[in-house]
Ligand binder design. Structure first.
Ligand SMILES: Cc1cc2nc3c(=O)[nH]c(=O)nc-3n(C[C@H](O)[C@H](O)[C@H](O)COP(=O)(O)OP(=O)(O)OC[C@H]3O[C@@H](n4cnc5c(N)ncnc54)[C@H](O)[C@@H]3O)c2cc1C
Length: 456
């Protein structure tokens, strides 16, 4: 089989590369190889009844398949260079924003129209945050919601499926550089192409590392973010979430001068389990559908850990801490803030008596046995800092779920075309270590499609 372009991975990065090529160069023969299922077959067996926890499926329906890790996400497309990746360092700030807006336009044309765009521009909260030693980062946020995000993916797939070849449940095992182009090897065969776009996301991080090692593609080690997910009554944060939806707030701790930041805010949302390489961590969602809204808001508080030589395995460090919480709690641990402050484990009775109804059935426990002191101290300081702009955040009944871990791929050395040291081998999205978000990953896909079209 010979293609002009092979795309490895059908997450946002891969999808937007493929979509752009289909739109602008329908003459090109394109194939997309994806380790997971097509969208409609992606079903996590955890139903809270018969299957309560992860049964380690061959491919994780949450992380793999058409739509990638973002398929069941909250669908928050943050249009900003302030967070979500460092795409701008490769392609320039203006171009990066333009591409994110372009992606937004495509989402709007495929079922996203009518969803709200929030913005921090001109918000009075910037000043209030500053007065309380907090920094509100700049962003425009398109909130599709888990339900509309799914509809957009369905519509994109419907348009793309006959214009190119999709190979689902077909993980690519290796890439071979040919004299002209590349050969990708999978379990039952191989396919050749002139240009190859690799977009394997976070779930493909180990494969990406191996591929870079075997092909001598230079990389550098990266970071891991660790913390908890906070759940509290939606009313406490409503003044912020009604206006901004998602506020990315950074606090510099007094004790260690570490930065703690809010991440992935879900007004009226739910807290969920996330499975990464068999380790259960915590995350959050919210829905556009009013019927699915809860009385709670959740968000993560994260601290970034960067490591220096000789230690390179930042993800391994994060995994070990997550494993510790899984060992103690059988999965995710939940603790009342009041119990954490009093140095005692939470139990079901105290949580049931509390005023915040948990939206995830997690094991009551003690997060101080899991998270390193420095990280936990930073989180506690930030909760009190947030309490000054959203009184009630530091209430005893505020729930903390742990651990939340954001794994990052090691950064692959790429040039301004997002091209590796191999001609016509492009590496994009979260798998490249350059992006960590839907908007940046999608934008990197559109960008590289442009580069491919220049070559073919
Ligand atoms: C629960 C959850 C909620 C999130 N919410 C948000 C949010 O609201 N906003 C936001 O900006 N970001 C969010 N994110 C992050 C966001 O989903 C990712 O940044 C984004 O999906 C990255 O896109 P990608 O295409 O680079 O990689 P991915 O989406 O990870 O897609 C990579 C794809 O490649 C496939 N693959 C991997 N290895 C191979 C291989 N060897 N061969 C073939 N296929 C392979 C995988 O199966 C996967 O489908 C969330 C993530 C999760 C898990």
């Amino acid at each position: 089989m010979k293609y002009d372009v092979i795309i490895i991975g059908a997450g946002p990065g891969g999808i937007f590369s493929a979509y752009e090529l289909m739109q602008k160069r329908p003459d090109l023969k394109v194939a997309v190889f994806e380790a997971g299922q097509s969208l409609e077959k992606r079903k996590c067996p955890i139903d809270g009844d018969k299957v309560k926890s992860c049964i380690r499926c061959k491919t994780c329906a949450i992380m793999n398949g058409f739509g990638g890790a973002g398929a069941f996400s909250d669908g928050k497309y943050n249009i900003t260079n302030d967070f979500g990746g460092t795409l701008y360092e490769y392609i320039g700030k203006e171009k990066a924003i333009k591409l994110m807006e372009y992606v937004d336009g495509i989402n709007m044309a495929h079922g996203g129209e009518g969803t709200k765009m929030y913005s921090t521009a001109g918000s009075e909260f910037k000043k209030i945050c500053m007065q309380n030693k907090l920094t509100l980062l700049n962003a425009s946020v398109r909130h599709l919601g888990t339900d509309i995000n799914y509809v957009v993916l369905e519509n994109l797939y419907a348009e793309m499926k006959d214009a190119m070849d999709f190979y689902f449940m077909t993980p690519v095992r290796s890439i071979e550089a040919l004299e002209e182009g590349y050969r990708v090897h999978y379990d039952n065969g191989q396919a050749d192409c002139t240009c190859c776009i690799v977009s394997v996301g976070r779930s493909g991080s180990k494969w990406m590392e191996e591929t870079c090692r075997s092909m001598n593609i230079p990389t550098c080690s990266n970071r891991v973010d660790l913390g908890v997910r906070v759940e509290l009554p939606a009313a406490i944060f409503s003044h912020l979430t009604d206006q901004l939806y998602e506020s990315k707030i950074v606090y510099r701790t007094e004790k260690f001068e570490d930065n703690v930041r809010t991440f992935c805010m879900n007004p009226h949302g739910i807290v969920v389990n996330e499975n990464t390489n068999g380790i259960v961590t915590v995350n959050g969602h919210s829905f556009e559908d009013p019927a699915k809204k809860t009385d709670n808001t959740n968000f993560a508080l994260l601290v970034s850990k960067h490591f220096s030589e000789p230690f390179r395995d930042s993800n391994g460090y994060g995994e070990s801490i997550a494993r510790l919480s899984n060992m103690l709690g059988g999965g995710v641990i939940v603790q009342r803030f009041g119990d954490l402050e009093r140095g005692r484990r939470s139990n079901r009775k105290r949580i049931e008596e509390g005023t915040v109804r948990p939206t995830l059935d997690a094991t009551p426990g003690d997060l101080s046995l899991v998270l390193p002191k420095r990280i936990l101290d930073g989180i506690i300081e930030m909760i009190y800092a947030l309490d000054r702009i959203a009184p009630g955040t530091a209430n005893d009944d505020t729930l903390l779920y742990g651990v939340e871990v954001k794994f990052y791929n090691m950064e692959v050395k790429l040039d301004e075309n997002l091209e590796s040291n191999y001609h016509n081998l492009f590496i994009i999205g979260d798998g490249s270590g350059v992006t960590h978000s839907l908007s940046h990953a999608s934008a990197s896909g559109v960008y590289v499609a442009g580069k491919v079209m220049e070559r073919l």
